[in-house]
Design a protein. Structure first.
Length: 418
């Protein structure tokens, strides 16, 4: 078989990496390149993806697989051993050269590296670690590195990976263990959880060392760990998915769970659905996830009252909760606690923080709310301020019916209360 050019390998392995969504750089320490070799930027290019941090910064990463060869036969994976796709493999030296070249040209600010499993989990992980180690120690690379951990790899390999990578991730794959055993027979839930546990232990141990001993102690995956869950490949409801996410956040202190809508693949098994789920489902899961992480909502509150455990495709989870709990509204923005302000539809975390600052100086008016939140169309039905009170309490059932009637064929449309 003729050897592939580097450009062709990049095309194949960058395209194969697009199915992995867990590539954000939030939480990582900024690395200065003033004394290093090269600087970073957010310019796109072949194999470059854009990740966004919580503060809105766009971070460009070279997102590739080391190889799309794989000894596993996961039914939902385009790179499974039985798949008829063009295969390619980068050497360690090729990945290092690509990363440094893109970095110096200001195309990227970091590297996201995953891989199919070749030979064994340990061998694959060793090769990926060697890439990160070479970048850091040989080339003084100060950009962001996200390494994927291969479930089942030896604990000492996870310990090494954390010394060179800013973030580590192990894919949980599917919301339910029985689905994983059925669709990915070579993978086990125990191996995945053990790998996540190794990362949490490394992060906790490094944190204690830096806190109690000396600040110069080695850092371990300073941007934490994340995971990815496929949505729509099995019969799991949104409630099942959020329950698994809740357990992952609590048990392994993940920075983030990513939700990836199942994408049909060529020559797929009859065990898989023939169509991908509506992308609005993925969007609603992210919204619900955000409510659990930053707004103080419990999972039970979000899924309570839903039909069959599925989030509403027309109404976002926060508004749906407010409509189910109309007795708790309207809320006086000048006296309410922060926890209740966060539950008002149309107010985000930053907006609530600004309201708390403003009301320490003056009474908050409707005009103040408009300046803070940008729009008061959704807010007006749920708030009381110094110069505004809703004239009538909107009936939740009637309001919900009107919203659905407004756009029965376009669930993704943003609907107004007025």
């Amino acid at each position: 078989m003729p050897s592939l050019t580097l450009r062709r390998k990049l095309s194949i392995l960058a395209d194969a990496a697009k199915y992995d969504a867990s590539c954000a750089s939030s939480g990582g320490a900024k690395r200065s390149s003033l004394n290093g070799r090269g600087v970073g930027s957010t310019t796109g290019g072949s194999g470059v993806c854009h990740a966004y941090t919580p503060d809105g910064r766009c971070v460009s990463l070279l997102k590739i697989l080391m190889t799309n060869f794989c000894v596993f036969d996961c039914v939902y994976c385009i790179n499974r051993v039985s798949s008829n796709v063009e295969r390619a493999r980068f050497s360690v030296e090729e990945i290092v050269a690509l990363t440094i070249d893109f970095y110096k040209r200001n195309y990227i600010e970091g590297l996201f590296l995953s891989s199919g499993v070749i030979r064994s989990a340990d061998y694959t992980q060793e090769q990926m670690i060697l890439v990160a180690k070479t970048l850091r120690e040989v080339h003084d690379f100060r950009g962001y590195i996200h390494l994927k951990l291969i479930a089942g790899a030896a604990p000492e390999l996870a310990a090494q990976a954390g010394l060179y990578a800013d973030r580590l991730s192990v894919n949980i794959e599917l919301p339910q263990d029985e689905s994983l055993l059925r669709l990915a027979p070579e993978k086990t839930p125990l191996n995945i959880r053990q790998s996540m546990g190794h990362v949490r232990y490394g992060i906790d141990a490094a944190g204690e060392s830096r806190s109690w001993r000396k600040r110069s102690a080695p850092r371990f995956a300073p941007a934490g760990q994340s995971t990815q869950m496929i949505v729509g490949a099995d019969s799991s409801t949104d409630g099942d998915i959020l329950k698994r996410s809740e357990g992952l956040y609590g048990g392994y202190r993940l920075k983030r769970v990513y939700y990836s809508a199942f994408s049909p693949i060529p020559d797929s098994s009859a065990a898989l659905p023939s169509e991908r789920p509506h992308l609005m489902r993925e969007h609603r899961l992210y919204q619900a996830d955000w409510l659990m992480r930053f707004y103080g909502f419990e999972r039970e509150e979000i899924v309570a009252g839903t039909e069959g455990g599925m989030l509403d495709p027309v109404i976002d989870p926060k508004l749906a909760w407010a409509l189910r709990n109309r007795d708790r509204f309207p809320v006086d923005v000048n006296t309410a606690e922060r926890e209740m302000l966060l539950r008002i539809p149309g107010l985000g975390v930053k907006s609530v923080h600004k309201i708390l600052r403003v009301r320490g100086l003056k009474r908050v008016t409707l005009a103040d709310l408009e300046r803070i939140a940008g729009s008061i169309k959704r807010l007006k039905a749920f708030v009381v301020c110094s110069d505004w009170r809703p004239t009538t309490l909107l009936d939740s059932a009637d309001l919900e019916d009107r919203m659905r009637a407004a756009s029965p064929s376009a669930p993704s449309q943003q609907l107004s209360l007025f």
